[in-house]
Design a protein around this ligand. Structure first.
Ligand SMILES: NC(=O)c1ccc[n+]([C@@H]2O[C@H](COP(=O)([O-])OP(=O)(O)OC[C@H]3O[C@@H](n4cnc5c(N)ncnc54)[C@H](OP(=O)(O)O)[C@@H]3O)[C@@H](O)[C@H]2O)c1
Length: 335
């Protein structure tokens, strides 16, 4: 089958259309993949709605960046993979031409990497975005270690759970937040030392209590909005806050007094800093692959849908009920 998912207008999950389209033969430097499964990311809901801040709306468009499947053909000058290889895609390309929701995708070689040993095809569609996003703040820039306390907001998101695992791997103490009290135990099971459920629990007070009133050293925050003032209030001296998303629809005030008083850094961050730089990309992929293959990093798949359930899968993504990755299985036999 040659089904692809496209959007022709922005809107709710129902604008995702399954259409027939012949596979796009790979140009020089490109790889054609027969997709077995693809993972959903919050940024794709934003692209669908027309609120994705990173690229301008240009319709119709394909959608999706994270899949696992078999290389069907390669274009000239491709040297790292060959037909028959089982590979994953990593977010290193534009979705319009290279979107991965469907039976096939054609993507640049830089966005393709072999599946880590020991993973199923479904798990192979559920790893790279969260670990590559967390790698920048926690490993490359933050050099997180045992003496550090890391605050991870929206911790039950797929990036949040990946970040908890990576921070624990490096020995740090982890405080996670969720708005949903029912996810508290799950976050603890996945490694969070403390879980805070704002607004019922006051975020800054609780972080200060859990850190002996010292505050956190590093925060990964995809929410922003008014709670930035809370984050600054419970940051340790010289702490860094990595803002990597804008889940809050409300403008973000600058907490200037805490910035000045504590010498804080608030830094915008995207995983493109890693995936579009060949050296950083290689180092990040090697690091993450090594720890997946050793079992130290374990992909967390929340729920699996079929391709003909793509509208329901996006509705579930938007519900906020998930904890971990939502995967869509394209090949019936994929496990
Ligand atoms: N900068 C980058 O390179 C990069 C890369 C990947 C993702 N991101 C961003 O990271 C964010 C998470 O992506 P994801 O795919 O991991 O998400 P996800 O798995 O879909 O999880 C989203 C979770 O965030 C929480 N949430 C939603 N709206 C919120 C709000 N207004 N305030 C607080 N929490 C809220 C909810 O959890 P609770 O109910 O538990 O609170 C929800 O389940 C998105 O904003 C995405 O764009 C950025």
């Amino acid at each position: 089958m040659n089904r692809v998912v496209r959007i022709h207008e922005h809107g709710g999950p129902e604008v995702l259309r399954i259409e027939e389209a012949a596979p796009q033969p790979p140009d020089a430097g490109e790889v054609l993949i027969r997709v077995a499964a693809f993972g959903l990311n919050n940024s794709e809901a934003q692209l669908r709605r027309g609120t994705y801040p990173m690229t301008a709306a240009d319709l119709p468009t394909r959608i999706g960046r994270e899949c696992c499947g078999t290389v069907e053909a390669v274009g000239p000058h491709v040297s790292s993979v060959q037909p028959g290889d089982i590979v994953c895609t990593i977010p290193a390309f534009d979705m319009k031409r290279n979107g991965v929701y469907g039976d096939w995708c054609t993507v640049p070689e830089a966005g393709v990497t072999p599946i880590p040993k020991g993973l199923t095809l479904v798990e192979g569609a559920a790893i790279w975005q969260q670990y590559l996003t967390a790698y920048g703040p926690l490993v490359l820039y933050g050099d997180v270690r045992a003496s550090h306390t890391v605050l991870i907001t929206a911790a039950a998101s797929s990036v949040g759970l990946g970040a908890i695992q990576l921070a624990k791997l490096r020995g740090a103490k982890v405080i996670g937040t969720t708005r949903t009290a029912a996810k508290r135990d799950l976050l603890k099971q996945h490694g969070a030392d403390h879980v805070i459920v704002p607004p019922d629990e006051p975020l800054a007070d609780r972080v200060l209590q859990h850190t002996g009133y010292r505050g956190f050293d590093l925060c990964m925050d995809p929410v922003a909005g008014p709670d930035i003032a809370q984050l600054a209030a419970c940051a340790a001296r010289a702490a860094t806050i990595f803002l990597y998303g804008q889940l809050s629809p409300v403008p973000s005030p600058l907490p200037l007094l805490d910035l000045l008083r504590k010498g804080l850094s608030i830094r915008g961050y995207t995983l493109w800093e890693i995936t579009l730089d060949p050296n950083r990309r290689k180092r990040a992929l090697d690091y993450i692959r090594r720890h997946i293959e050793s079992g130290a990093l374990r992909p967390i798949v929340d729920r699996v849908f079929r391709l003909d359930e793509i509208v329901a899968a996006h509705a579930y993504l938007e519900s906020g009920r998930q904890a971990g990755k939502i995967v869509v299985k394209v090949e019936e036999s994929a496990s």
